[in-house]
Ligand binder design. Structure first.
Ligand code: HEM
Ligand code: HEM
Length: 216
């Protein structure tokens, strides 16, 4: 029912990237227990998407570029504090807290992918065998510190546990991310989720942000 003029904020790449990520991460969680190739390929597809997004963050449209939304941790804290009082500025692109959340999600997805790769049983082929063996050795040494698991621990088990812990943390961050999108939507009286689908948002007084003018 919003008849106001809107402007394109999220280009088609950002939108396809986002919703493809949601589907793929969903599949990764659903197939984690299956010991399936689908799980592994889903992880690699996520890796590819992230790689493309990092490139797009340098050459993409205005609000897709990291330079337009990376700010100090202090700015993110200010935004979060303002959320409690309903005073946070409204941002056309990512708000500072959303920007840090995005970086955390990407970093964690990379770590979950890396630990997933290392959790696979050693294969006799492939170029990464030496690195995988070395890292598995480090993993074994670390796991051996734990007296309870001294007998049965192996590098692969160690990475498996890290992989599971990382996936659990990722799920928690995704929950916070969605909560943040819902609370910001209420705070600024705009549907940010619809914005990530259509790419459009209502314009903003300044170039990137404006005071919160829609307080109750
Ligand atoms: C697997 C789950 C998810 C992951 C990994 C994820 C990740 C991300 C990332 C990386 C961005 C930054 C987009 C970019 O600049 O390219 C983003 C933005 C966004 N996501 Fe998600 N997301 C997930 C689920 C969701 C869900 C379920 C919703 C909504 C219900 C949602 C709503 C949004 C919104 C509204 C933004 C834009 C935030 C803003 O206005 O600053 N996300 N998400
Ligand atoms: C973001 C991407 C990924 C997510 C969210 C994810 C998530 C998960 C989850 C939830 C599990 C189940 C853990 C459990 O048993 O409770 C799992 C298991 C596993 N994943 Fe991933 N994974 C990802 C990427 C990968 C990749 C890229 C690989 C391999 C190259 C991989 C290899 C494995 C293996 C070998 C297991 C079995 C470990 C076990 O038996 O507990 N994963 N993953």
């Amino acid at each position: 029912m919003d008849n106001q003029q809107t402007v394109v904020v999220w280009d088609i790449f950002v939108r396809v990237f986002h919703w493809a990520l949601v589907i793929l991460v969903g599949i990764a969680f659903l197939t984690g227990d299956d010991d399936s190739l689908l799980h592994v390929y889903t992880g690699y597809a996520i890796l590819l998407l992230i790689g493309l997004r990092l490139i797009w963050g340098m050459i993409g449209s205005e609000h897709a570029r990291f330079a337009s939304f990376i700010t100090s941790p202090g700015a993110a804290l200010d935004y979060l504090k303002g959320m409690l009082h309903g005073t946070s500025r409204r941002y056309l692109g990512h708000n500072p807290a959303a920007a840090w959340m995005m970086m955390a999600l990407i970093l964690l997805m990379l770590l979950v992918n890396a630990t997933g790769y290392l959790a696979q049983p050693l294969k006799s082929s492939g170029t990464g065998i030496a690195a995988q063996s070395a890292l598995s050795f480090i993993g074994s040494a670390w796991a051996d510190d734990d007296d309870h698991h001294r007998e049965e621990s192996s590098g692969s088990e160690f990475w498996e546990e890290l992989h599971e812990a990382g996936a659990g943390l990722l799920l928690g961050l995704i929950g916070l991310h969605v909560l943040g999108a819902l609370v910001s939507s209420l705070l600024h009286r705009e549907n940010l989720i619809r914005g990530m689908i259509s790419g459009r948002k209502r314009p903003c007084a300044d170039r990137y942000s404006e005071p919160n003018t829609r307080r109750r």
